[in-house]
Design a protein around this ligand. Structure first.
Ligand SMILES: *Cc1c(COP(=O)(O)O)cnc(C)c1O
Length: 435
């Protein structure tokens, strides 16, 4: 087979190997890397494989064709993806309904899969003489904790997390600040947009960037997207074994990284039917699919805060795959729900199913509920549960009128002391903090 090259969505950067695309994150023309062809997989050859590492070996092999990491996918997958991601049936539902639980990793959100895969990959791309890296991560809540957990105690890298003061949940903040050693947590007196701007300014500052070797781990990195395909492979095969039908997914969506991974999983040949993107009040994508006008806008804060994105970056990848609006409308559907509907859905589904949703998962559950009854009847749907409700206990517990059991991995992090540095939203303040 020929090597797969990774090209920029904007078409003006030189094609690159997968390893270089992972190391760089963003292409030099500001676009996102995508493979120049999609390596198909025969789903029948996967039937006897169980567990994400085994499926990852089989499915990702083609994406690494010709790359220097190809022979090491097995080790990378063993180190990164040996996490439970069960597809559980909602027994109380009259229609066939399942939940893909992506919250059993160390920081209780799906970001763990991508962050851990990126860490294992980057570690294997390093030469002994390479200088230590500094990874700057701006986070609105979940990414920072997942990246910290994935890179903690790796001696070749230092992690600097920037998060907006007062704008993350208390338990998210604990997960951003409990690490120590090679992880530094900066509480920025500003918004998530300020954090992102500071990271960009640091990258282009000649003095800072020559002193530190900066790198990024944000969600546009192809090294985070590829492993996310693997749980859709596992889940769709499981649903087909149990129902004989293709699985349909409702996916909580912000930057569209998780949703896009499902689109790729279907494109390479997995038994996946409809893909529905569930947005909160940030309606850029549903509006675009409705009226064809792409109008990014500032994000508005909602209860499902990890999805507060007004300009979803992975839309570039989606539009390249489906350049025509009607093709895109065939490929994905999108809907938007407000905070009141999220609250009501958390209450209602606890009553009728006994299930506890985080606010993001509740967005998907609400969008599922708004599908026409004939689409739900007799067809298996899977709600993608992106975070554990205990991570958002201050929202969920008052709605359920009870406390939520905390998974042991999260409980352990909640017991650790916090360490953080306050910084003002300017480059001088950031520079002083990372000296
Ligand atoms: C990041 C995140 C999302 C949104 O995922 P995207 O890949 O950005 O669309 C949804 N739910 C939770 C809990 C998240 O952390």
């Amino acid at each position: 087979m020929n090597e797969i090259r990774y090209v920029s969505t904007r078409g003006a950067a030189p094609p690159s190997s997968l390893s270089d695309a992972i190391a760089r994150g963003l292409a030099s023309d500001g676009g996102l890397y995508v493979p120049d062809r999609l390596p198909g997989v025969d789903a029948a050859t996967l039937e006897d494989l169980r567990g994400l590492p085994a499926l990852a070996r089989a499915v990702l092999h083609g994406f690494f064709e010709g790359d220097r990491l190809q022979s090491r996918i097995g080790e990378i997958a063993d180190g990164a993806l040996d996490l439970p991601a069960p597809t559980t049936a909602v027994e109380a539902s009259a229609d066939p309904l399942f939940v893909l639980e992506l919250f059993h990793g160390p920081t209780a959100a799906f970001k763990d899969f991508g962050a851990r895969f990126l860490a294992e990959s980057m570690q294997r791309l390093r030469a002994p003489a390479d200088p230590p890296l500094t990874i700057l991560v701006a986070t609105s809540g979940d990414t920072g904790g997942a990246v910290a957990a994935a890179f903690h105690r790796r001696p070749w890298v230092r992690i600097v997390i920037l998060y907006p003061k007062g704008l993350v949940s208390p338990r998210q903040e604990q997960q951003l600040t409990c690490w120590g050693e090679n992880v530094e947590s900066l509480r920025v007196d500003g918004t998530f947009d300020d954090c992102q701007r500071l990271v960009k300014e640091a990258f282009v500052d000649p003095e800072l960037s020559s002193k530190h070797h900066f790198s990024s781990a944000n969600s546009i990195n192809i090294g985070r997207l590829l492993p996310q395909m693997v749980y859709y492979v596992a889940s769709s095969l499981e649903v087909r074994r149990r129902t004989g039908q293709a699985a349909n997914f409702v996916i909580p969506a912000g930057n569209l990284g998780n949703g896009f991974a499902a689109v790729w999983a279907r494109a390479i040949g997995m038994p996946i039917g409809r893909i529905v993107l569930a947005h909160n009040a940030n309606r850029t994508v549903p509006d675009f699919l409705g009226n064809g006008q792409w109008r990014p806008r500032p994000s508005v804060p909602t209860l499902a805060s990890a999805m507060d994105v007004g300009n979803p970056s992975n839309m570039e990848r989606l539009r390249l795959l489906f350049p025509d609006l009607d093709q895109l409308r065939d490929a994905v559907v999108a809907d938007s729900v407000d905070d009141e509907a999220i609250r009501e859905r958390i209450r209602a589904d606890y009553r009728r199913f006994g299930r506890e949703w985080c606010p993001h998962t509740a967005t998907a559950a609400e969008v599922y509920n708004r599908l026409p009854a004939r689409e739900r009847a007799g067809r298996p749907w899977v709600l993608v549960a992106t975070a554990h409700p205990a991570k958002f206990n201050e929202v969920v517990e008052p709605l359920l009128g009870k406390s939520i059991e905390v998974p042991e991995s999260l409980a352990r992090l909640l017991r650790l002391p916090r360490r953080l540095t306050d910084v003002a939203p300017n480059l001088g303040s950031l520079a002083a903090a990372i000296e």
